[in-house]
Design a binder for this molecule. Structure first.
Ligand code: ARG
Ligand code: ZN
Length: 860
């Protein structure tokens, strides 16, 4: 049964303070809790106390020190403590309970589990209830004191907040205590214990408070932490200068673990990371890995204010912390690297994942109104579209008012669990604007389509005239939301003259109704540059000629729209509506323009992927044919390579990075441009040899794209290069993930057979999410192999999902999203996919996660 936002009720009881004692053991860990409860604010205040609890063995319980309890009933989901005739619940009381849990058996990676011998926790969203009985909801905020007892063979014992006493215990055991002075919801609780080594550093906050920084990793990994540490210090400084936010404890700990369902987790003072987003060395990590590490370290750190100090009232408000924190990490990355390149990458990701979600059966509003399993709502819509809404708010009120609104937010709501209404209210108060209609962005699913029509009336020949621009919006219906209202859409724009100059001061048009019209007196008919910087998450539809696109690619001063013009041209080429030669001609001046950032030029040279073409085909009203798309994409790449061969070779030579590898954005951009050139050249006979030679590169940023290019070239040397790579990296699971992913995403005729063989290898550790994703999820991202006409790709994925679901429902349900695009394809493929979804749905003992995802995909 779904949980509904409309049913929210404040808690009957709130916990004020929590004391926890852990006695760690793999199979029978003991957790003793002492929790101070007081009456809550709601109508039900003082009524029965409901505590969530799952997979707990309750050993003892007491209220105010006596086990003469009020009535207590335990069920699968928790327990209820109700006043009994002889024992009413007092106005405030202390609950004590001891439970036993089994970290070793915990393969779901939620609650307390063991990862490669390291004890760690993941509590967001509802994992704390697998550690002890508790009102496991974010509007219950308490201070915590934690004591961890463990064998001395587990030297490092960490939890949230400030370190306290440590010392030996009888029988080769020891303990450590931690106290967290900042009230927090249970989802921010964390504990880590293991044989770890620390990479340490120090930071002094703007007001002079010293902070001890540490990144804890498994022995042997300590020399791969320097970049993450550097990113952390830059994040801490940036939040001070840009948002006035200082860190608020004397220690900040990060731990890298190998088994993790997501990227990372912002537990107070103790961030836990998927090791993929911490560990990096030039030999093992690509430029993209470094960039992701920087962004995710920043993201989790920024949560300290946007998420932890101010948290969410309930899980429907998830975007309150996630959308805002994504937006903040995007701003940070834009400041650290190239703003234009960052923006283009964000939009590529938004379109590939969020637009895809919004157009399919899993579409939901940025603030959903109901869910069955909250883990299914950590989505591109909540995160990425959530960030876009904040970007729009900032554009609408202006940067200064945005900063004032954020100051007000921190001021007004510090220490609280808040809602989107609270968030919008600070913007209304800071700006004096009525943002009632803007709220619709949070409530309505679906991507608005904006159509453009233009008019030009000449005053007199050669005298200029009146230009009119009409924008119209429409949002297609989404599951459960057949009718949509117009939303306010800020459209950043400029009007260009034939020489490329701006004819008027660039600005923002607010399309705040279904249709709006603007007119301008201009000396000549302009070429409009609309939705600059991708100022709103919409699909802009404007009929445009190849010549006009080439003009914008050459002249627009907005780098995003220059790239957008190139992308539109590339799509036409790949969909067979324009010639590769004309595209090459338009591209040529930009890609060889030495004054342009190489990273930006690399983006111009990177053609849209096959999934994007499938989406585009379907949105133009035709079923997508993955084989035809693949063939067309291949032909387009080859034709472009032929047309640009000398220039691509020139770039390949010119973009060599001298000196030792540094992850710095300038060098990374040169490598990206070089890799883009190589990726195209590999379609020509000359390229295979170049790729093969580069496979011997010492750094992974050069080696991996070379191997990918060699695979794409179809060269017989590819297998030997793959073997050599595996021989070098057999001992390194993170690097072997790349090796597997390359093969799973390769467009070779026997990809499925190869992937099957890899997945059946006895040493394939599929229960570790990174490994599963590197092979099975990566395969499902390979349009041609996954969408084979006989359905064998679909069957392969479904078999694996059925196998993973009982072990790790969260990761299984997430990967199942690969089926969300089924409506794009022909009737035969649709039928095959639906049959696999039905087979999953009929599986006995299916998890709540998977049952919800699959039924939403089938129902739509
Ligand atoms: N809050 C984490 C982050 O965005 C992600 C946690 C994901 N947890 C989950 N149960 N899906 O940084
Ligand atoms: Zn987050």
């Amino acid at each position: 049964t779904p949980i509904r936002l409309a049913d929210y009720a404040p808690p009957a009881w709130v916990a004020e303070h929590v004391d926890l004692t852990f006695d760690l053991a793999p199979r029978g860990a003991r957790v003793r809790a002492r929790i101070r409860f007081v009456k809550g604010p709601g109508e039900a205040a003082g009524g029965p106390l409901r505590l969530d609890g799952q997979k707990l063995r309750l050993l003892s319980a007491a209220v105010d020190g006596t086990d003469a309890l009020p009535s207590i009933t335990v069920d699968e989901e928790g327990l209820t403590l109700a006043p009994a005739d002889n024992a009413p619940l007092p106005d405030a009381f202390t609950w004590e309970a001891e439970v036993e849990i089994d970290p070793e058996a915990n393969t779901e990676l939620e609650g307390l589990y063991l990862s490669n011998g390291v004890y760690c926790t993941q509590c967001e969203a509802e994992g704390f209830r697998k550690i002890t009985y508790f009102p496991d909801r974010p509007d219950v905020m308490a201070t915590y004191a934690v004591r961890i007892e463990a064998p001395t063979s587990i030297p490092v014992l960490l939890s949230n907040g400030e370190p306290g006493a440590t010392g030996p215990l009888p029988g080769d055991r020891h303990f450590a205590e931690w106290t967290d002075p900042w009230p927090k919801p249970s989802y921010l609780f964390a504990l880590v214990a293991g044989e770890l080594v620390a990479h340490t550093d120090a930071f002094t906050t703007a007001s002079g408070r010293p902070v001890a920084l540490a990144i804890h990793v498994r022995p042997g990994d300590e020399d791969r932490c320097a970049y993450a540490m550097d990113a952390l210090k830059r994040s801490m400084r940036w939040d001070e200068t840009e948002y006035g936010r200082e860190y608020d404890l004397s220690v900040f700990n990060i731990v890298a673990v190998d088994d993790f369902n997501m990227g990372a987790m912002e537990n107070k003072g103790l961030n836990v990371f998927n090791s993929k987003y911490v560990l990096a060395s030039p030999e093992t990590a690509t430029d993209r890995d470094y960039e992701l590490i920087e962004g995710i370290i920043a993201h989790e750190y920024f949560h300290n204010w946007t998420g932890n100090r101010i948290t969410c009232r309930d899980w429907f408000q998830l975007c309150l912390k996630e959308g805002l924190t994504v937006f903040r990490d995007q701003q940070f990355s834009a400041d650290m690297r190239s703003e234009a390149v960052q923006r283009i990458d964000q939009v590529k990701m938004l379109r590939a994942r969020q637009f895809r979600e919004d157009a399919g059966p899993l579409a939901h509003p940025v603030r959903p109104e109901e869910f069955i399993e909250i883990n299914n709502f950590y989505t591109a819509t909540v995160y990425e579209k959530g960030a876009e809404l904040i970007r729009m708010l900032r554009l609408i009120v202006g940067a200064e008012t945005y900063r004032a609104a954020l100051d007000l937010y921190f001021d007004r709501h510090d220490g609280q669990a808040c809602t989107i209404e609270d968030w919008i209210a600070v913007f209304e108060d800071a700006s004096g604007r009525d943002l009632t209609r803007f709220r619709l962005w949070y409530a309505q699913a679906g991507t608005p389509r904006v159509t453009v029509s233009e008019g030009w009336v000449e005053d007199a020949p050669g005298q200029g005239g009146r230009y009119t621009l009409t924008l119209r919006q429409e949002t297609p219906s989404t599951p459960g939301q057949p009718l949509k209202k117009p939303v306010p859409i800020p459209v950043a724009f400029g009007l260009l003259g034939a020489d490329g100059r701006e004819l008027i001061e660039p600005g923002v048009l607010e399309l705040d109704d279904t249709e709006r019209c603007w007119s301008f007196e201009l000396p000549e008919r302009p070429v409009p540059s609309l939705l600059r910087g991708f100022s709103a998450p919409v699909i802009l539809e404007r009929r445009s000629s190849e010549a006009e696109r080439a003009f914008l690619l050459a002249h627009d001063r907005d780098p995003f729209n220059r790239w957008e013009a190139a992308r539109a041209l590339a799509l036409e080429v790949m969909m067979g509506a324009a010639s590769a030669d004309a595209f090459a001609e338009a591209l040529l001046p930009a890609i060889t323009d030495a004054s342009l950032d190489p990273a930006f030029r690399a983006l111009l040279l990177t053609l849209p992927g096959e999934d994007e073409i499938a989406r585009e085909t379907w949105s133009r009203g035709r079923p997508a044919d993955p084989d035809a798309i693949h063939a067309a994409a291949k032909a387009a790449r080859k034709a472009l390579a032929e047309a640009l061969e000398p220039e691509l070779r020139g770039l390949y030579e010119a973009m060599e990075t001298p000196g030792p590898y540094t992850p710095e954005a300038g060098d990374a951009g040169r490598r990206a441009l070089r890799a883009a050139a190589l990726g195209l050249l590999a379609r020509l006979p000359v390229g295979a040899g170049m790729a093969e030679a580069q496979c011997g590169a010492a750094n992974m940023s050069d080696r991996l794209p070379a191997l990918a290019a060699l695979l794409a070239s179809g060269s017989p040397a590819a297998d030997a290069a793959l073997d050599a790579f595996a021989a070098d990296w057999r001992h390194d699971p993170l690097v072997m993930d790349k090796w597997r992913m390359l093969q799973a995403t390769a467009s070779r005729p026997d990809t499925l057979a190869r992937v099957k063989a890899l997945s059946e290898a006895p040493d394939f550790p599929w229960k570790t999410p990174n490994r599963f994703r590197s092979l099975v999820a990566a395969f499902a991202q390979n349009p041609c192999a996954f969408h084979q006409a006989d359905g064998s790709g679909y069957r392969f994925l479904a078999d694996w999902l059925i196998r993973l679901d009982p072990v790790n429902p969260q990761t299984a349900a997430r990967v199942a999203g690969a089926f969300e695009t089924w409506r794009r394809y022909d009737a035969k493929r649709q039928k095959l996919i639906r049959a696999e979804l039905s087979r999953i749905a009929a599986t006995e003992g299916l998890s709540r996660d998977m049952a919800e995802i699959v039924s939403r995909m089938l129902d739509a």
